[in-house]
Design a protein around this ligand. Structure first.
Ligand SMILES: NC(=O)c1ccc[n+]([C@@H]2O[C@H](COP(=O)([O-])OP(=O)(O)OC[C@H]3O[C@@H](n4cnc5c(N)ncnc54)[C@H](O)[C@@H]3O)[C@@H](O)[C@H]2O)c1
Length: 419
């Protein structure tokens, strides 16, 4: 730390990286001093935004070698996350790494081990873990506001080209202005291809498809709210229905997950859905918790709860019985459940409660939580273990989809098992 400031470097200065760097600098006592990227245009943009004193490089190892960098934000494509995280931890830096924490399942234990071995802070960048909407959902679930949880539906639907990851390619996307070989990293070697560089999410060599990109957010919210560690079984289906632009990942994906009892809840099933050619005019996002006595839906910035207390009376289906039997049945029934005349209380104007905290920005809070952890040395709960408990099952939905099989998952040990 220099003059009480946490000095940070940004590694991966694209859309999210520049967004993260902006939010980080809104936190008091945080100073961005270096940025690393593989397209020169993005480094130039960082200097336009944050001053020509900003140190810029194409090689993240130069940033890690700097003694004056306390922490790094990693916002590269997914296939670089674990490698840079581990190198940064070993260089003594605290790490804010964008979701999904890893690109492949076998990378998770390595990041967890590096976090333990170095004792440094790792925080994964799925901001739902810092959302007061999900904190409220967690509290209400604990208090039994919707009775016993039995299922969860979570979705993120879009219907625009940008929503489907067809990002802009700059006119100066040339081999001279970009470091293609470094971009590839551990991915299979290929000829220079600006489309793959700027739209890396569409290719499994660098991205994780909708599973790692979006299911992981849904799972972060779900795990935070329910306290669940993860599913025991995962099945996914889907297809490439509309965005046939050369991508090798689906644009519609559905996943079913079994959450067994014993992780602080009585067991439930979850269904996740992403649809990039949804009929809805606006992006639609939500996690809906269904319980025995109500439903709770968490969106980006609000939580809606509707309660449906269970009817005390079971009701009856006696129309097919002979008249005499119906009469006998009714007499018994009314003895047990005397008819109640309607009262003013039996009418409620609105059973719905909506919690919508004004002006709350979960992403900014997530950065505040990270820098508080860096200062105090006490990690925020979305560490490597939490991050992998969300990323692991999300990546397993890809295994299920591509290998057409049901997958088992040991959430406690964070390992694939027999289904
Ligand atoms: N938390 C969220 O809500 C959220 C939202 C969007 C993206 N993300 C995550 O942020 C990450 C980046 O996504 P994006 O949309 O900003 O992508 P992007 O393509 O806009 O930016 C990625 C940048 O990383 C650079 N890069 C690639 N390899 C590098 C390397 N080895 N060293 C340094 N720089 C490298 C590229 O040049 C590019 O500029 C992804 O992991 C994504 O999942 C998170």
């Amino acid at each position: 730390m220099t003059n009480g400031n946490i000095q940070i470097a940004l590694i991966g200065a694209g859309g999210m990286g520049q967004g993260d760097a902006r939010l980080a600098q809104m936190v008091e006592g945080v100073k961005l001093i270096a940025a690393c990227d593989l397209y020169d245009g993005r480094l130039e943009r960082c200097r336009e935004k944050w001053g020509t004193d900003l140190y810029t490089t194409r090689d993240y190892r130069e940033v890690l070698a700097r003694k004056d960098v306390d922490a790094v934000i990693i916002a590269t494509p997914d296939h670089w996350h674990s490698r840079i995280t581990i190198d940064a931890l070993e260089a003594g830096k605290d790490v804010y790494c964008e979701k999904p924490m890893v690109h492949a399942l076998d990378e998770g234990p390595k990041v967890i081990e590096a976090q333990k071995r170095t004792g440094r802070i790792v925080q994964v960048g799925s901001q739902y873990a810092s959302s007061i909407v999900y904190a409220k959902a967690r509290q209400m679930l604990k208090e039994g506001a919707i009775g016993e949880l039995n299922s969860v539906e979570a979705w993120l639907d879009r219907n625009t080209a940008i929503g489907a990851w067809e990002y802009s390619i700059p006119p100066d996307a040339t081999p001279e202005r970009m470091d293609w070989d470094r971009f590839l990293g551990s991915a299979p070697k290929r000829e220079f291809d600006a489309v793959r560089f700027f739209r890396w999410r569409n290719y499994r060599d660098y991205g994780t498809g909708v599973a790692g990109d979006l299911f992981v957010h849904l799972l972060t919210g779900l795990h935070f709210a329910t306290g669940a560690m993860g599913p025991s079984r995962v099945y996914a289906t889907g297809g490439l229905r509309f965005w046939k632009d050369g991508r090798d990942v689906p644009d519609v994906m559905l996943a079913l997950l079994d959450y067994p009892a014993g992780q602080g809840h009585g067991g439930f099933n979850a269904r996740l859905k992403v649809n990039f050619e949804s009929a809805e005019p606006e992006e639609s996002f939500g996690v809906q918790f269904v319980g025995s006595e109500g439903t709770m839906t968490a969106g980006y910035s609000s939580l809606e709860v509707s309660r449906h207390p269970r009817e005390k009376e079971p009701g009856y289906t006696i129309g097919t019985f002979p008249k005499k039997v119906q009469k006998e049945f009714l007499a018994e029934y009314e003895k047990k459940y005397p008819p109640r005349p309607p009262t003013a209380d039996s009418m409620t104007a609105d059973k719905k409660d909506v919690f919508a905290p004004p002006g709350f920005n979960a992403h900014l809070e997530h950065h505040k939580n990270f820098y508080a952890a860096v200062r105090s040395g006490k990690p925020f709960f979305e560490d490597a273990v939490f991050g992998y408990r969300a990323a692991g099952p999300a990546l397993l939905t890809n295994v299920s989809y591509f290998e057409r099989r049901i997958c088992g998952w040991d959430a406690e040990r964070m390992q694939e098992t027999a289904a």
